[in-house]
Design a protein around this ligand. Sequence first.
Ligand code: PLP
Length: 401
Amino acid sequence: MSTTADAIRSADAHSAHNYHPLPLVVASAEGAWMTDVEGRRYLDMLAGYSALNFGHGNRRLIDAARAQLERVTLTSRAFHHDRFAEFCTELAALCGKEMVLPMNTGAEAVETAVKTARKWGYEVKGVPDGHAKIVVAADNFHGRTTTVVSFSTDHDARDHFGPYTPGFEIVPYGDLTALAHAVTENTVAVLLEPIQGEAGVLVPPAGYLRGVRELTRERNVLFMADEIQSGLGRTGRTFACEHEGVVPDVYILGKALGGGVVPVSAVVADRDVLGVFRPGQHGSTFGGNPLACAVALEVISMLRTGEFQGRATELGEHLHRELNLLVGGGAVTAVRGRGLWAGVDIDPSRGTGREISEKLMELGVLVKDTHGSTIRIAPPLVISKEDLDWGLSQLRSVLGA
Ligand SMILES: *Cc1c(COP(=O)(O)O)cnc(C)c1O
């Protein structure tokens, strides 16, 4: 019996089946490449859903983590520590905002944004207590907690997890008219992904984010951008909102902020918004811990140079050019995305997204399917052009294109 089959069998026996991983067992990784327990190598074209924008085992990030491991890793927020102020200052500056509220996972940051918006609504906007509404988009993905799945439209994510948290209004993504109708005097926030990742890398119609910005400003509603997957270099900009020259009131960050090393998330906004919190009203034992701050500071300093955004732009143009050549040839029906991020709709005659992902895995390329016939491509931003081309050639051969 192979090591791989053994490892998968015992994972199946002792872990909850809340995921359906591809049948490989990773033992190590470096840059854009992973090696499995049997020594086979795979090109990682998923990058932990953008948690690994800087690649596996990035030297600068590992060194920053290692140095911090030797000093102090956790204090809880009961005490100050000497990386905290620096982290908050630098992250706020990267976002052009004044304040940071650090958490750990993306879902926690979304929860934090929801709490922020409600408190702001009651204490600043003057919405009657208990009546705050937040408008979200259909087909969103904002995480897995009970409140967050309360406003999901995905049956798998939502069914049998009720009773659901009230106070959310769902409108079609990309539809400004529907959004304008949904906003009332009790609306405290509009919460959106600037590009919907899980939904299949859906880019909204041109002008949508700008329209959301204008509408929310006019109606005194917070625009909260969930940039957990779209942010921090993936689309060729630090934030996907920049493609429309839009600055939201609240950035929600996660994934790549932890450099693929530790979970780090944050809500970033100005003082008139995040200033609503007083001691005891929100928190997290691990949020803003020294190790997290040290790694995130290195991430922020890497983003400051623009190098990774530049790579995402350049390699992304190449990726999209190559993928678009496949459209209409019988194998691919549509390609969407921005920067080094693409959703590729496979013609169902060529197999499901899962089948394509499994075949690609056999050829040494790792991607992930979503929604039946779509595959998602999001390699680490450190991938070389040669490796990207090799991955694309494997995709063409699986598709018979
Ligand atoms: C991944 C993701 C989340 C949830 O992050 P977790 O760290 O998995 O909790 C939320 N929003 C978006 C857009 C994401 O891509």
